[in-house]
Design a protein around this ligand. Structure first.
Ligand code: ADP
Length: 454
């Protein structure tokens, strides 16, 4: 009960009832006031018409009879007909006829009666005083005030009926309008309990339907995030398992005397451990970057130098693979606000990939340029295998490899480009790839130029 008392439906009904009551009270006050004024005016008009008729009657009486003879009985008749006391006096004030002889004229005058002269050919031949009759009429005239009270009564009943009907309608309508809200709240409850498949029916274009759409897209995002979390766990477990089972296999073979614990064996195991450490470090970095907790140390620094050093660091590998490595950078390249270690890490990663995917006698080029005075653009281009179009959109995704077997053998876990993207975006920059299968790839990233850097 108390829950219903605080519900939106109750508040809607209460607000409606309040508005209705206010409207009713103001309408009936206004109607009552206007009806009272109208009936008073009507009564005054009726009285005036009656006075005029009486005056006309007496004028005619005097004209027909050429005097006031027999006036008393005529006055009595008229009195019982109109329910009025009628007193007729001659010009000197003497009473000629009185329908109610018992009461004095002065007394009657004191009660606020009307007095007017009776004229004949422009001469005042008497005056008449009209006042309320003491004796009730045989057939009483209906009072006009009945009209006002009947009006008030019917207003009250109409108001009560409209109020009851309105409240019923509002409770039905609000029930219907609030049904989706109830659906939303129970879906949200089940969602909170872990059932991420919860959706609500969201038809229409009103605010509640909009809320329903928002809820559905939120539930969809949550479901997607949950799926991603699960697949990430599976991917991580999978990536860790391979080097671990390799190490396990080597150690078991050594224990069982199948393999000599010589330098070669130790080196193989060491490479696997290095691979594991590298993987764990990549995962840590990625987790930090995705949580927005990656600490950069940005400084106005020479991009040229960072590119040159990184290129020189990978040159032995390029030479060993028979790939020519070159760098093109304009003179007086502006300084860039960057964390040099992280940018070097990105460039190193792009160069590693380029060298790895470029066959002997191929070419890898590092190109730097300034675009529109607003960004420094670095392109790492190769003449290698290229990336198939269907894989282009996914190369920056976690654990994505174009060719699974080959890259697993070379040690890549599909995290390098994901980390590169996170690092570039953490610098406020962008990265993308252009590639044609068989015609090499171009990885391009841009870093915003600091406003002060010219
Ligand atoms: P990995 O650590 O496995 O190299 P990356 O995230 O660096 O993972 O790259 C993802 C995938 O993109 C790689 O498996 C590779 O197939 C593809 N790729 C990256 N760079 C190149 C390139 N220069 N040429 C062709 N394929 C590339």
């Amino acid at each position: 009960m108390s829950r219903w008392f605080f519900s939106l439906q109750f508040r809607l009904i209460a607000a409606f009832a309040l508005v209705l009551a206010l409207a009713l009270v103001s309408v009936s006050m206004y109607v009552g006031f206007t009806a009272k004024q109208a009936t008073e005016q009507f009564e005054r008009d009726v009285e005036d018409a009656r006075d005029a008729r009486m005056e006309q009657l007496l004028t005619q009486y005097y004209a027909n009879r050429r005097g006031w003879a027999g006036l008393q009985s005529a006055v009595e008749q008229a009195s019982s007909l109109y329910g009025l006391r009628i007193v007729v006096r001659d010009p000197d004030g003497r009473i000629l006829a009185d329908s109610h002889q018992a009461t004095s004229t002065h007394e009657m005058m004191a009660r606020g009666s009307r007095l007017f002269p009776v004229l004949s050919r422009g001469q005042e031949v008497g005056s008449v005083v009209l006042g309320p009759s003491a004796a009730p009429l045989a057939v009483p005239e209906p009072s006009v005030s009945i009209l006002a009270s009947a009006l008030n009564r019917s207003l009250l009943w109409t108001g009560l009926a409209a109020g009851a009907g309105g409240i019923l309608l509002v409770s039905l309508l609000s029930r219907q309008v609030l049904a989706p809200v109830r659906g939303l709240s129970s879906a949200a409850l089940r969602l909170g309990q872990g059932d991420l498949s919860q959706r609500v029916a969201a038809g229409g274009r009103d605010e509640i339907a909009h809320l329903g759409h928002t809820f559905n897209s939120m539930a969809e995002d949550l479901e997607k995030a949950e799926q991603q979390r699960r697949s990430l766990m599976a991917d991580v477990a999978h990536e860790l398992r391979t080097p671990l089972s390799n190490i396990q296999g080597y150690l078991e073979a050594v224990r069982d005397g199948l393999l000599q614990p010589d330098n070669d064996t130790i080196d193989t195991i060491y490479q696997q451990v290095l691979h594991l450490a590298h993987l764990v470090e990549d995962l840590r970095l990625l987790a930090l970057a995705e949580a927005g907790a990656l600490r950069l140390d940005p400084q106005l620094d020479s991009l040229e130098e960072a590119l040159r050093r990184t290129t020189e660091a990978v040159r032995p590998r390029a030479d060993a693979s028979g790939v020519s490595l070159s760098m093109e950078i304009p003179q007086d390249f502006p300084l860039v606000e960057m964390d040099r270690t992280r940018i070097a890490q990105v460039v190193g990663n792009l160069l590693d990939n380029a060298i790895m995917h470029t066959p002997r006698n191929g070419r890898v080029t590092v190109l730097a340029e300034v675009v529109d005075d607003r960004a420094a653009r670095v392109t790492v281009a190769d003449t290698g295998s290229g990336i198939p179009p269907e894989a282009l959109a996914q190369v920056f995704e976690r654990f994505y490899r174009v060719d699974h077997s080959r890259t697993r053998a070379t040690g890549g876990a599909g995290l390098g480009l994901t980390i590169a993207k996170q690092l570039i975006e953490a610098h406020g920059g962008t990265i993308h790839v252009e590639s044609e299968q068989g015609n090499g790839s171009r990885f391009i990233f841009e870093l915003p130029l600091a406003a002060t850097a010219e």
